[in-house]
Design a protein around this ligand. Structure first.
Ligand code: GRF
Length: 205
């Protein structure tokens, strides 16, 4: 399956997808898209000879990007640290084919303004003993699409928000490729707005 990855920063999740052993032969990253013309993730894309595109004020429009992604027969779009809001037409066009990784256990610590260090600082302040990433479908509301999968991380010994961020990031690098693999194997179903992961045998029914 051809996939596209949206990024705004460092790109460690992009790297986790590209280097994932479970995804080898299952998916190919055909385009890396950013709202910034210069970001760490683009360096990773370059290193792996993956095409890049800039969208938004500094680049092409979302409707131009839609055409390109359709031409490339993109089956899945992964938001991995993309910080700009995705227009509704784009979300509708790729309905149930856009997923996002969020660095906390949704529905807590989500929504507008809850990104990057803001999330981990709020978790640290709360005194929560567990945190962890969530992968969910993207709809028109920030962080509110159906949850696909979550990973629990013990943060009871973490002494700072930075420490929580680093623990959660390690879990992200496992969770995101896992979910991309399930999607590529057609094992993620949505029933009554809830996600069900089906076995390899069940997926045809
Ligand atoms: C990750 O923590 C992800 O959960 C969030 O943005 C961060 C992106 O990190 N949405 P990276 O660019 O993949 O290293």
């Amino acid at each position: 399956m051809n996939i596209a990855v949206f990024v705004s920063g460092r790109g460690s999740n992009l790297r986790a997808i590209i280097e994932s052993k479970i995804l080898a032969g299952l998916v190919e990253v055909v385009l890396v898209i950013s709202d910034k013309s210069d970001c760490g993730a683009f360096k990773i894309a370059e290193q792996f000879n993956t095409g890049t595109a800039v969208v938004g004020k500094k680049g092409i429009s979302f409707s131009e990007l839609t055409k390109i992604l359709d031409e490339k027969k993109t089956g899945l779009i992964v938001l991995a640290g993309f910080l700009k809001l995705i227009p509704a037409e784009f979300v509708n066009h790729f309905e149930n084919r856009i997923i996002n990784i969020h660095p906390a256990l949704l529905p807590s610590y989500g929504g507008k303004g809850m990104y990057g260090h803001h999330v981990h600082e709020a978790v640290f302040k709360s005194g929560d003993k567990i945190s962890g990433p969530t992968v969910h479908f993207v709809n028109s509301e920030y962080d509110r699409g159906a949850i696909i999968s979550q990973k629990f991380v013990d943060i009871s010994k973490a002494k700072s928000a930075e420490e929580i961020a680093s623990l959660v990031l390690q879990a992200e690098h496992i969770l995101l490729p896992e979910v991309v693999g399930l999607f590529a194997q057609n094992r993620i179903k949505i029933e009554n707005g809830k996600v069900k992961i089906v076995s390899l045998e069940e997926r045809r029914s």
